[in-house]
Design a protein around this ligand. Structure first.
Ligand code: GUN
Length: 295
């Protein structure tokens, strides 16, 4: 293997320690940052993500208020819960874990969260601010990827970044961030309509896979020396206690022979997402009490 491993656990820990220090300062002023996490239904992956968030909040000295609602919860009931959290001054951030059950409209729910408490940066007001480069939250996974590149001094200026996936959570915002003047990457966005995906990926100095398709990126699709960022978190069935193992969108063993840098799954982007969520939740509280603005 030749690639440098981009260890999100190490970089994420540094960021969470920073969040912890700032939380201590805020608590000395009598304010404990509080993130409310709403989980509807019994998606096993969502349950484990929420547990990881609760653990990180506790470690940072923040309050986590988890609301686990049954899968039969109606959209109106969920909107009622969000309304009361919006009005609760002791709650600084609200996160609705996605995906939601099919009978609940995701967009309606996301846009019901007070934009000042929208630590995911999913609300249309915050997405607009991101696009217009106005101060505000940055979405956790894209911002986590940027921090990982920054920490390892991976050059972005003039680099060709190829983003595979056009989701509202990762692909679209990450493409927008990388194209900002401060990063100055040339961005190509690939998706299910892209013809000859490998033609594009082989040109990438920074290759970001955010599709949710195990094995999509093989070694022959990677340019020598590229930074390969695997955002995919896929559960594939295996024999054994849990019955599954986590794997990304990239065939790690192959890509690691060719790439200059690569993220593992798990332990790459995932811990960065959590760290950025801690920082956004803290920022929401800091802003609430007149502190600094943005992330
Ligand atoms: N489901 C998968 N990723 C995310 C995320 O970043 N935020 C929320 N709220 N749900 C998710």
């Amino acid at each position: 293997m030749s690639a440098i491993i981009l260890d999100g656990k190490v970089t994420g820990k540094k960021l969470r320690e920073n969040a912890k220090e700032r939380t201590t300062l805020l608590r000395k002023q009598g304010h404990t940052p509080c993130l409310a996490v709403i989980l509807v239904g019994d998606n096993p992956a969502s349950h484990s993500y929420v547990k990881a968030k609760e653990k990180a909040l506790a470690e940072a000295g923040m309050e986590g208020r988890s609301l686990r609602l049954g899968g039969e919860t109606s959209e109106a009931e969920l909107l009622g819960v969000i309304k009361s959290l919006n009005a609760d001054d002791s709650v600084h951030g609200i996160l609705v874990q996605l995906p939601l059950p099919r009978h609940i409209r995701e967009a309606v729910v996301i846009n019901a969260v007070d934009p000042r408490k929208d630590v995911d940066c999913f609300h249309r007001v915050n997405v607009g601010k991101l696009l217009l480069e106005e101060p505000g939250f940055l979405p956790c996974t894209p911002h986590g990827v940027i921090q990982l590149l920054r920490e390892h001094k991976i050059p972005t200026k003039g680099a060709h970044a190829v983003v595979i996936g056009r989701s509202n959570i990762v692909g679209k915002p990450l493409a927008m961030l990388l194209a900002r003047k401060e990063f100055n990457a040339t961005v190509t966005m690939c998706h299910t309509g892209t013809k000859n995906l490998a033609f594009h990926t082989r040109q990438a100095d920074i290759l970001i896979a955010a599709v949710g398709q195990p094995g999509l990126i093989t070694g022959d699709m990677v340019k020598r020396g590229a930074a390969v960022i695997d955002v995919g978190v896929n559960r594939v069935s295996v024999a054994g206690e849990t019955g599954y193992r986590l794997t990304g969108d990239v065939v790690f063993e192959e890509a690691a022979q060719i790439a200059g840098w690569i993220t593992p799954v798990p332990g790459g982007v995932g811990p960065m997402t959590i760290a950025m969520l801690m920082l956004n939740s803290l920022s929401a509280a800091e802003i609430r009490y007149g502190g600094k603005c943005g992330t």
